[in-house]
Design a protein around this ligand. Structure first.
Ligand SMILES: Nc1ncnc2c1ncn2[C@@H]1O[C@H](COP(=O)(O)OP(=O)(O)OP(=O)(O)O)[C@@H](O)[C@H]1O
Ligand SMILES: [Mg+2]
Length: 257
C-alpha cells in the first residue's frame, strides 16, 4: 500500500531522513517509534506531500507520489488523512466548522448530509453536543479527538496518526487505541501510528518499526519487539537514559566517572 525507498530529507545541513525505507501493508497498522526530534513527523509530512523529499521514492497504491504537482497530489490526499500531532484546528472556527472544513471545501454535499457526517464522526471519537464550541474551550484530549473526527468524516483509506495518545489520560488513550484498532479491522483502513507510548504501540500495531538516525533500523511484530535483543530498540522500549541511543550524544544524565 505504501512503499518508501531510499528517502532523503534535510533542512540545510540538518539531515533528518537518510536512505529511509519502509513498507506498510494494506489493511495493517504499522507503528513507528523513535526519539523526540528524530524526524517522525517529517516522515509523515513527506508521505502526505506537505514536505517534498530531496531524494527517494514514495509509492502509494503503486503510484509514485514524490514528483506530483499540487493538483495531482490533492487527488491522493482524499485517500490519506493525517491526524496532526497538535490537532491543528482553526481557532476561529467552531468544532462543527473545523470537522466539516474539508467536506465544505472540496466536496459538493448537501448541508444536512455534512451536518450528519460531522455528528457521526464526532460520535465515533466519543464526543457529542460540542459542535458549537470553539477550540479554545476544549481540553487537549478533546482537540485531539476533534482532529481525528475531521479525518474520519473524509472516510480515508489510509490514516497517519501523529502521536494520537500523547497528552491524554490513560482511559482516553485506550479509547483512541480501540478506535484505531476498530477502524483497521472493520473498515480495513491502512494506518501508520507514530507514538512514544509503548502500551499503545503494542495494542494497535501489527508491526512496530524503530526510527533511528534518519532510518528505520528494525521492524517486527509486537511479540518480537517485546523480547528484542536489538540494543537501540531495547533501550527505547525500556526508557533507559543510558545506552546506545544516548551515549555519545551529550544526552547522558546522571553520574559520569
Ligand atoms: N519545516 C522545517 N524546517 C526546518 N526544520 C524542520 C522543519 N520541520 C522539522 N524540522 C526539524 O526536523 C527535526 C525532526 O522534527 P520532527 O518534528 O519530525 O521530529 P519528531 O520525531 O516528530 O519529534 P517529536 O517526537 O518530538 O514529535 C527537528 O530537528 C526539527 O527542528
Ligand atoms: Mg513529531
Amino acid at each position: 500500500m505504501i512503499e518508501i525507498n531510499g528517502l532523503h530529507k534535510a533542512f540545510d545541513k540538518n539531515i533528518i531522513l537518510s536512505n529511509l525505507s519502509l513498507t506498510v501493508e494494506e489493511g495493517k497498522t504499522t507503528v513507528i517509534i523513535g526519539r523526540s526530534g528524530a524526524g517522525k513527523s517529517v516522515l509523515l509530512k513527506c508521505i502526505v506531500g506537505l514536505l517534498t523529499p530531496d531524494a527517494g521514492s514514495i509509492k502509494i497504491n503503486g503510484q509514485e507520489v514524490t514528483q506530483l504537482n499540487e493538483k495531482e497530489y490533492n487527488k491522493i490526499r482524499k485517500d490519506i488523512g493525517l491526524v496532526f500531532q497538535g490537532g491543528a484546528l482553526f481557532d476561529s472556527l467552531n468544532v462543527e466548522e473545523n470537522v466539516a472544513f474539508v467536506l465544505n471545501e472540496f466536496m459538493k454535499l448537501d448541508k444536512e448530509v455534512i451536518r450528519k457526517k460531522v455528528k457521526d464522526s464526532l460520535a465515533l471519537v466519543g464526543l457529542k453536543d460540542i459542535e458549537k464550541m470553539m477550540p479554545a474551550q476544549l481540553s487537549g484530549g478533546m482537540k485531539k479527538r476533534v482532529s481525528l473526527a475531521r479525518i474520519l468524516c473524509m472516510e480515508p483509506r489510509i490514516i497517519l496518526y501523529d502521536e494520537p495518545t500523547t497528552g491524554v489520560d490513560p482511559i482516553t488513550a485506550d479509547a483512541i487505541n480501540n478506535l484505531i484498532v476498530d477502524l483497521s479491522r472493520k473498515l480495513k483502513v491502512t494506518s501508520i501510528v507514530v507514538t512514544h507510548d509503548m502500551a499503545s504501540a503494542y495494542k494497535v500495531g501489527d508491526s512496530i518499526a524503530m526510527f533511528y538516525h534518519g532510518q528505520i533500523i528494525a521492524q517486527g511484530s509486537p511479540d518480537e519487539v517485546r523480547v528484542t535483543k536489538h540494543p537501540v530498540v531495547k533501550q527505547f522500549i525500556h526508557g533507559e537514559a543510558r545506552g546506545p541511543i544516548t551515549d555519545g550524544e551529550h544526552l547522558v544524565f546522571g553520574h559520569t566517572k
